[in-house]
Design a protein around this ligand. Structure first.
Ligand code: HEM
Length: 501
């Protein structure tokens, strides 16, 4: 009986196996056909889609000249982009130094760019800028290499790390006001904020204090920065050539410092601990794979942080001084906030002590003033990503190899996101903005490394400024220009009056 059953079941399974074969083949074929037709339909549909509206202009040059010329004035750049938007819509194509470019002027477009970073687009810098940054700079890296680099650098600039820098930032601010502001009735605010932010970041990174060596380094950084906005002509006498020379000089200087520090660590003259500057940390703290970074990585990234962290902050601080002078009610509100902080310090017996994290958290209105300044004059108005595959977005085909340009300046002035955008109104920051409409620090994986640090650097400075001075603009109607960072034509010349607490 059992034998018959086995026989039967074997026969049944064989029969069903042989019977099922054509069905399986048929089902697989149908499935494959369905999949193929869907893929090919999508492919062909995307292929048939139009590319976004706009004009590529002249071959190669496209609109490069018009765009660069418009970038010289602060409003010019935004107005140029708004003209294209009004003509073609919030997503438009144009051509920049030979590259087809797609600019997004609304929050939604910015979000799309940042959310697809690493999958269908990656960071792009024109070769002249990439050469100024250097091959090991985190800013030019993409994908896994960028992730590794950022994870390592983030440890020096996340919230916890930045809180540890508070005391040294404040000591530097106090020294700065004592050395450069006292006994002055008039000064150029931008020159002062330039010194303050450069000494703050030099101190933090390489323990370099005010003095001839810092002045010389600052001079080379200024030459380097001019290379960001010029034609890339690498011939003696041209700005780009000078910028590359300045990079070489800075790297040599950092190389010398690196060797000296290595010797000091070996001799035990610098020991591990919270007071180490970032250079010493880079020489002693291994990455997640247990390796110490190479010299070239250290030099390129010190250069990056120095450059990314001082012109942006110094121009923003000078414009904060400018906007406060133009809005006396803002100054009064700031004074009230900082008087309260000083009173609280007095009441708790901390009068002579440095600011604490709690004092910084109490500077709510002051931070809104910073946010509003960064809305009206973001130091960086956008940058580029490059598509790594053909894409479809909003019914358009976006070919592989096009540049995507996220832009903050236009959305910062869009009344849909910011009511009365031309009014300097710190109170608008009592509510959070529409996501991706406010991007002074960029977004996605390349979001500003220093955005936590900026907060203490600026709040500490404003605290010491408003408790010491009141000021007015010597040229109240002067224009804001960009070269490439925003500044007033006179570098914000102000008249100072000392105040007593
Ligand atoms: C008001 C001051 C600042 C503004 C407005 C600002 C703005 C920005 C923006 C918009 C980006 C993104 C670029 C992109 O997506 O392509 C960026 C990147 C960066 N910023 Fe800042 N920044 C400021 C201050 C600082 C400071 C103080 C530091 C350093 C301590 C710093 C370090 C960096 C670095 C290293 C990057 C490159 C990040 C990467 O590519 O992964 N920035 N910054």
């Amino acid at each position: 009986m059992a034998g018959m059953w086995n026989e039967l079941s074997r026969t049944f399974s064989e029969v069903s196996y042989y019977d099922a074969t054509p069905i399986i083949i048929l089902a697989a074929t149908v499935l494959w056909l369905l999949l193929w037709s869907s893929v090919s339909r999508n492919y062909h549909t995307r292929d048939r889609l139009p590319v976004p509206p706009g004009s590529f202009g002249f071959p190669f040059i496209g609109q490069t000249v018009g765009f660069i010329l418009s970038s010289r004035t602060s409003a010019g750049n935004r107005q140029w982009l708004e003209q294209q938007r009004d003509k073609y819509g919030p997503l438009f194509k144009w051509r920049f130094i030979g590259y087809p470019m797609l600019t997004m002027v609304q929050a939604e477009g910015n979000k799309w760019v940042f959310q697809n970073e690493g999958t269908s687009n990656h960071i792009f810098w024109p070769f002249q800028l990439a050469s100024l940054f250097g091959p090991d700079s985190a800013i030019v890296k993409s994908g896994e290499q960028h992730k590794l680099s950022r994870r390592y650098l983030n440890a020096f600039f996340d919230h916890a790390a930045v809180s540890r820098y508070l005391n040294s930032v404040e000591r530097n601010a106090v020294r700065h006001f004592a050395d450069h502001w006292q006994e002055k009735d008039e000064l150029l605010a931008l020159d002062m904020t330039h010194l303050y932010t450069f000494s703050t970041i030099c101190n933090l990174l390489i323990s370099l204090q005010d003095g001839p060596q810092m002045d010389e380094l600052l001079e080379y950084f200024d030459r380097w920065a001019k290379g960001l906005q010029c034609f890339p002509i690498n011939l003696p006498g041209f700005t780009y050539y000078k910028a590359l020379k300045a990079r070489k000089w800075i790297l040599e200087m950092l190389g010398g410092l690196l060797e000296q520090r290595r010797r000091e660590i070996a001799d035990g003259r610098v020991s591990a601990g919270e007071n180490m500057d970032i250079l010493s940390s880079l020489l002693t703290v291994p990455d997640e794979k247990g390796n110490l970074p190479s010299d070239s990585y250290i030099k390129d990234n010190l250069l990056l942080i120095l450059i990314a962290g001082f012109d942006t902050s110094s121009t923003t601080l000078a414009l904060i001084i400018y906007f406060i002078a133009k809005n006396p009610h803002v100054y009064e509100q700031l004074v009230q906030e900082h008087k309260l902080i000083l009173k609280k310090k007095r009441d708790t017996g901390r009068e002579d002590q440095l600011l604490t994290k709690e004092d910084i958290s109490a500077m709510k209105y002051t931070w809104r003033v910073v946010q509003e300044t960064l809305r009206m004059q973001p130091a960086t108005v956008g940058s580029f990503r490059k598509t790594t595959m053909d894409l479809e977005y909003k019914g358009y085909r976006i070919p592989k190899g096009w540049l995507l340009n996220w832009n903050s300046h236009c959305s910062h002035y869009n009344p849909q996101y910011f009511k009365d955008p031309f009014t300097f109104d710190p109170s608008r920051w009592e509510k959070p903005p529409v996501p991706f409409s406010y991007l002074p620090f960029g977004g996605g994986s390349h979001i500003c490394l220093g955005n936590e640090f900026v907060k203490i650097e600026m709040l500490v400075f404003i605290h010491h400024l408003v408790r010491r001075y009141r000021w007015s603009l010597i040229h109240p109607t002067e224009e804001i220009v960009r070269d490439p960072f925003p500044r007033t034509r006179s570098r914000t010349s102000i008249r100072l009056t000392k105040v007593t607490n």
